[in-house]
Write a protein that binds this ligand. Structure first.
Ligand code: IMP
Length: 433
């Protein structure tokens, strides 16, 4: 059995957690490979809605082991809070069920403070980060002065490393930004305590994943954020600092390419983005509000991590084709189709107009995206509610036509379609060939 990879094809928030939750039923391991608690998905457990930022939703499947890979940056306080919250709901997060790569990097209070300070320092050109310390954490990793999770094996020595890191970063905060620094001694004590609790979860995630794959069992790699936020291939500099794309899964878990099976791209039926950066099909005013929702429902378009309203627009077929190429997608999952009910016409961006020319593909320099105007195909909408539909044949003809139009635009099959927030509100369109 292979390594299947689930990636977001847009700027994150495509509804990957939900699909991972469904696929996890057949997986021995569900593993995160990039990012940290900047991600977030809402899962329903024991009748309660739970927001998870680090632990994959596979944790709700008792037979499934969850892993946090080497490519991640982990805030241990946040991880422990999630473990405790799950435990309070009766979901056991034993050391058997949750493995933390010894090579993952650790976020400290100094990373969080630096993230905020750097954002404020950018002024009008701020990225709109989640302020969870992600960028500064990966910067330390690249500069080879990061603290890896494996250091938690010795809690006291780990506490000392954190203390030194917080002290050094504190000097930067005070001198460069004129801001108060976190207390190094306090961080030392707190992090030694976190290490004591987390060290039994430390593991060689790459080795565990490889062993499970060799045994013929299934592993699901869960990407956080989305393709267009990839550090190298996204809309730089308005990106995150990791690799949410499918190739990122191999490095971020430490597993070879020959194991890859399906590469499943999750795409919303429209486009959203939190934070700054180009967005060619963006809508404003009432049109955007219609797609966003009021915020009254947890699945409305407001950030799971930050609560910020998401920018909304029509589905961008040009960027979806780009995502397909970059990830080597084998299929698509289309989410939130129900939100389009009642909109007529629906618009699908098939190409851009850039400097008087029609572009079928995204311009090589992402900064040029801001000057691209979308060229739309208008598609007739439908008025029938579709939340109760469970089979392809029962969808209104116009909804089917919209889905098929997307398939033709990107030359990929859409295997699953979600028509509402509940687990069962999914239409399956047959097994992959
Ligand atoms: P950072 O990852 O916090 O550094 O934020 C960098 C950019 O990625 C900002 O535009 C964030 O809004 C965006 N971002 C980070 N994580 C997510 C996510 O899980 N969903 C959507 N956008 C995200």
């Amino acid at each position: 059995m292979p390594l299947d990879i689930v990636v977001g094809t847009q700027w994150g928030d495509e509804g990957k957690g939900r699909i991972v939750d469904l696929l996890a039923a057949e997986a021995r391991i569900v593993a995160r490979y990039n990012g940290g608690d900047n991600a977030g998905h809402t899962v329903s457990a024991q009748g309660r809605l739970l927001r998870l930022h680090l632990i994959p939703s596979g944790i709700l499947h008792p037979a499934c082991t969850c892993a946090l890979g080497a490519g991640m940056v982990v805030n241990p306080a946040r991880l422990l809070a999630e473990i405790d919250e799950l435990a309070s709901l009766g979901v056991s997060v034993s050391t058997e069920r949750l493995k933390l790569s010894a090579s993952a990097h650790i976020l400290t209070p100094a990373h969080l403070a630096l993230d905020g300070a750097e954002e404020a320092g950018r002024g009008a050109s701020e990225i709109g980060t989640t302020r969870r310390g992600i960028g500064p954490g990966y910067a330390d990793k690249a500069a080879r002065r990061g603290i890896r999770a494996g250091a938690m094996r010795d809690p006291e020595a780990f506490g000392l490393l954190v203390e030194e890191q917080v002290r050094a970063a504190g000097r930067l905060l005070e001198r460069l930004y004129g801001l108060p620094a976190p207390d190094p001694r306090q961080a030392h004590g707190a992090y030694a305590g976190y290490a004591d609790r987390l060290r039994p979860h430390l593991a060689d995630v790459g080795a565990i994943v490889a062993e499970v794959l060799e045994r013929g069992e299934n592993v699901l790699a869960e990407g956080a954020q989305g393709t267009l936020l990839d550090l190298d291939h996204g809309t730089y500099p308005f990106v995150t600092s990791s690799h949410p794309t499918a190739p990122g899964a191999l490095l971020g878990l430490g597993v070879g390419a020959r194991h890859v099976g399906r590469v499943i791209g999750v795409t919303k039926a429209f486009q959203t983005r939190v934070g700054a950066g180009p967005f060619p099909t963006e809508l404003f005013g009432g049109e955007a509000e219609r797609l966003r929702g009021s915020g009254a429902n947890p699945w409305d378009e407001f950030g799971t991590t930050t609560g910020r309203p998401r920018r909304c627009g029509w589905l961008d077929g040009v960027l979806l084709r780009y995502s397909s190429r970059l990830n080597g997608l084998t299929e698509l999952v289309l989410t939130k189709l129900d939100i389009l009910t009642g909109l007529d016409p629906l618009r699908l961006c098939r190409a851009y107009l850039f400097e008087g020319r029609e572009l079928a593909d995204a311009p090589p320099d992402p900064r040029d995206l801001a000057a691209c105007s979308p060229l739309y195909d208008d598609v007739p909408g439908w008025n029938e509610p579709i939340g109760d539909v469970r089979s392809w044949a029962d969808l209104p003809a116009r909804a089917r036509a919209y889905v098929e139009r997307i398939e033709r635009l990107v030359d990929l099959p859409i295997r699953w379609i979600s028509v509402g927030p509940e687990r069962e509100q999914v239409i399956r369109r047959g097994a992959p060939s």
